[in-house]
Design a protein around this ligand. Sequence first.
Ligand code: G3P
Ligand code: MG
Length: 243
Amino acid sequence: MSLRLSRFVGHRGIAAEAPENTLTGFRLAAEAGFSWVEFDVMLSADDVPVLHHDEVLGRTDNGVGPVAAQTAAQLKTLDAGAWFGPGFAGERIPTFEETISCCRALGLSMNVEIKPTTGREVRTAEIVSAFLNRLCPDLTDRIIVSSFVPECLRVAQEKAPDFLRGYLSDTMAEDWHAAAKGLGCFSIHPNHACLDAALITAVHESGFRVLTYTVNDPARAASLIGWGVDAVITDELLADALA
Ligand code: G3P
Ligand code: MG
């Protein structure tokens, strides 16, 4: 498998420039020169995978209550752009399927973060896996499936084994090495706050790539890149800032 990573991965599209986890965000990320984007996939009440970060509606849309209590059709009535700026009013919460089509058309590679709501870990990973197998058999070298939830990665390993997996960790305090190895992961995705040069070297020596989130400060990005991280996941136009 020859996967071509890029140094910068647009976080939730390009979250400083456009409403997160939206198709406009992916278009703007591509126009800004990103070749990879990260986004969060969660299930609606009727088991449709959609893009959303928070378990509850409200911060990034005009909904209320849990995402998992709304059908995909109900979620589609929400405005997912006006909160970010009047120019984005009318933006809709995209389905995973719409997102795959959009990224495919834009030539964007995808870091698909499985973001299950509580109690739906296995189901979310099963459905994401089925969508990847059905819609992306030709994109196995352009997708990394990641999750903070080891159970989700275990299901992806079993149900969508052709796709690379990334082990998300907020602290790297747990036994990331054994866990990621057991899950057959390609990469480790740590919070940049817990990284230093020695840990990056240790992760590389264990055979994993390092994609770190969410790096918005150009000086911090330059340090991390200097220490050898493979990619920084960012809300910002960091490539421009570091040029
Ligand atoms: O995948 C990297 C990053 O998105 C993980 O954290 O909370 O922004 O989904 P979060
Ligand atoms: Mg995410």
